[in-house]
Write a new protein. Structure first.
Length: 76
């Protein structure tokens, strides 16, 4: 099962974390140094819900933002 919202198409995006060390110059230090950069992924906040799709109740994966906005009609 892929990590994609079936309503808006939101999917994982790539990014990175940056590790810094040292005290900032404006706080009296000699400045911050970057000591490491690591790749990471930002995943969508997916929820599995039962919704009406084409007149039938079906389980779909949608992001919390679409669920909160009420973009689907929930199945009973």
């Amino acid at each position: 099962m892929s990590k994609i919202c079936e309503i808006c198409g939101k999917r994982p995006v790539a990014g990175r974390t940056i590790k810094r060390r040292g005290l900032a110059k404006k706080k009296g230090g000699v400045g911050q140094r970057i000591t490491g950069i690591t790749k990471r992924r930002f995943l969508p906040n997916l929820r599995t819900v039962r919704a009406m799709v084409g007149g039938k109740a079906k389980k779909i994966r949608i992001c919390a933002k679409c669920l909160k906005a009420g973009k689907i009609k929930k199945a009973a």
